[in-house]
Every structure is written in structure tokens, then in C-alpha cells.
Write a protein that binds this ligand. Structure first.
Ligand SMILES: [Zn+2]
Length: 322
């Protein structure tokens, strides 16, 4: 079962070693960006906690089977992303009360609190009490996008594991199984743009905006190299009111230039590559553009607005190519 979760060897090893020693932590916090698979991993850990097989989670015992189908009576999934009511103080008090009741079938009882950062401070304080002294056999698995959004007192009482995106090539393979109706090129492209984030990449297949981003990134890269500063500004203009799309598109433009660098140093031509730019730009100039885009993305994270961002980007890129 663990093998079905890609990458993240550190998180997996930490848990497997714990199971071997019988030292399964009573509270685990899985931290990672949205779409990285925290909830999926939490379910695997929960299966391991209730599993009656030897190598946990064995995937074949009745507990693993029920866990896999999402119907194990001793695994409770409380989803803070679905509704903040799910993780309000009353909900946490209910959890505390039910945690004292013995498990139904397994030797353990597991509570998965997904997107725990949506808990109010009051709810977190209520949870703290049961985290400090959990009833015997009770395990809590919390997931969050950033542990700084939880009280320090919570974080200090849990075993924290980072969930990272798998490598691009593995992400592309997984996408193939999740959404078989697309082409290899599309899998690679989505995996690259979303930096291996399987959840986000898979969601992009249902999103017309994604196709737009790919098309626009080609035009922007072309205008950056062959057009005037005005041409470049005009290509950027379609993202005037779409900050997220702008950032996603810039990430894609960055990849276009990184690919040019790779080809210049003998990397093979990829089906997605914009080879027509190769003769008009040096590797050093590409490197500068990549740096500028990275700087730009950092500034946008700090809330730089579109007008300033686009103007800055155009003048920096044109300077770099002079
Ligand atoms: Zn099992």
C-alpha cells in the first residue's frame, strides 16, 4: 500500500521504522501544499494503524481492505476543507468524547483531521487536551498546508512529516493512470507546470484556463525574445485581472527558457520545446530571464500588483537581452 504513494521516502521511512519498533506516534502532522497528497498519505497511515498484518499496512487483511474502501469503523475522517463547521470547537469536543469509547473492530482508533489549519484557536485548544493525554490506542493524524497556522502547543505535541511533490517524471506517470484520455505531452506539461503536484496537475485537465496558460506562455516567451517591450506588455495584458493565472503562466515561461539552456548544452529536444527561440538567445541571457522571473514570482507572493509587476518584468527582460 505504501508503494502506491509516490516519492516521500523520508516520511515513509520514518513511519515504517516506527511501526517496526512498535513506536507508532499517537499524533502525526502531515504538512504539504494543497494537492501534494497529504490526505491520501494520511489514509495510508490510518490503514497501517488498524492493520492486523505483519508489514503494515499489508493491504490484504480485512482492516486494510475496509480502510481502502473508506468504510473502516475505527477510522474517522474529519475534513476541515469541506466545512469549517467540521472542525469547530463543538466538533472537536465530540471527537474528544468519542475517543474515550473503545475501538469497534481494530486495536486502534484513528482520527484524521484534514486541513487542520481551518480549526479556530478555541477548537485547537480543545484538541490540545486530548493530544496531551490521548486515550489508549487512539491516534490522531492532522494535515495542514503550513504548520505556522497551528498553535505552537499543537505542533510541539505531534510528529511532523513533510509531504513533498514527487519528481516530474513520476508525477507524469501517475497522471497517466488518473486521467488516461490525454497524451504523453500533456502529462509531462502538466507535471512540469505544477512542479510534480499530482492533485493540481490532475485538476488542470478539467480546466480550460490551463490550456490558455500553455498557449500564452509560448507567445510571451516569443515576444520576450523577438518582440519589442510593447509586444511583451501586450501579451501579458490578458492576465491583468488573473493573478494566479499570471503566476502559473510565468512558471511555464521559466520552463521554456530553462529548456533552451538545456538544449544549448546538448540536452535532447523535447516535443514541447520552443526550438525556434534557440538561435536568437544565449544560454546566459536565458539564465538571466529565469532569474528575473523567479524574482518576479517572489515579489508577487509579497502582493506586488499587476501593473507594477508587468512593467517591471518587461523592462528587466528587455535589459537582460540588450
Ligand atoms: Zn493489513
Amino acid at each position: 500500500m505504501l508503494d502506491s504513494f509516490y516519492g516521500n521516502n523520508l516520511a515513509k521511512t520514518t513511519l515504517v521504522l516506527g511501526w517496526k519498533d512498535g513506536r507508532l506516534p499517537h499524533a502525526v502532522l502531515l504538512e504539504g501544499e494543497s494537492g501534494s497528497g497529504k490526505k491520501t498519505f494520511a489514509k495510508i497511515v490510518a490503514a497501517a494503524a488498524v492493520c492486523s498484518g505483519k508489514d503494515k499496512p499489508c493491504g490484504i487483511c480485512r482492516h486494510c481492505k475496509k480502510a481502502g474502501q473508506g468504510v473502516h469503523p475505527d477510522i474517522m475522517l474529519i475534513d476541515g476543507a469541506q466545512s469549517s463547521k467540521n472542525v469547530n470547537v463543538d466538533a472537536i469536543r465530540d471527537i474528544r468524547a468519542s475517543a474515550n469509547i473503545k475501538p469497534n473492530e481494530a486495536e486502534r482508533k484513528v482520527y484524521i483531521l484534514a486541513d487542520a489549519q481551518n480549526m479556530t484557536v478555541q477548537a485547537q485548544n480543545a484538541l490540545l487536551k486530548v493530544l496531551e493525554e490521548p486515550p489508549k490506542g487512539v491516534m490522531f493524524i492532522l494535515t495542514c498546508d503550513n504548520h505556522s497556522r497551528l498553535l505552537e502547543t499543537i505542533v510541539s505535541r505531534v510528529t511532523m512529516l513533510r509531504i513533498e511533490n514527487p519528481p516530474i517524471s513520476i508525477c507524469a506517470q501517475v497522471l497517466h493512470t488518473l486521467a488516461p484520455e490525454h497524451s504523453e505531452q500533456e502529462y509531462l506539461m502538466a507535471a512540469e507546470v505544477f512542479e510534480g503536484n499530482i492533485g493540481k496537475a490532475a485538476a488542470s485537465f478539467h480546466d480550460e484556463g490551463f490550456i490558455k496558460i500553455i498557449e500564452s506562455s509560448k507567445k510571451i516567451a516569443y515576444a520576450a525574445v523577438r518582440g519589442t517591450e510593447y509586444d511583451l506588455l501586450a501579451e501579458l495584458a490578458e492576465f491583468e485581472n488573473d493573478k494566479e493565472g499570471f503566476a502559473a503562466c510565468l512558471k511555464r515561461v521559466k520552463i521554456v527558457f530553462m529548456d533552451v539552456i538545456k538544449r544549448k548544452y546538448g540536452g535532447k529536444k523535447t516535443p514541447l520545446g520552443q526550438c525556434e527561440l534557440d538561435n536568437y538567445i544565449s544560454a546566459l541571457q536565458c539564465r538571466r530571464i529565469v532569474d528575473i522571473i523567479e524574482e518576479m514570482l517572489r515579489m508577487m507572493e509579497q502582493n506586488m500588483g499587476y501593473p507594477l509587476a508587468s512593467a517591471w518584468l518587461c523592462s528587466q527582460i528587455k535589459n537582460a537581452l540588450r
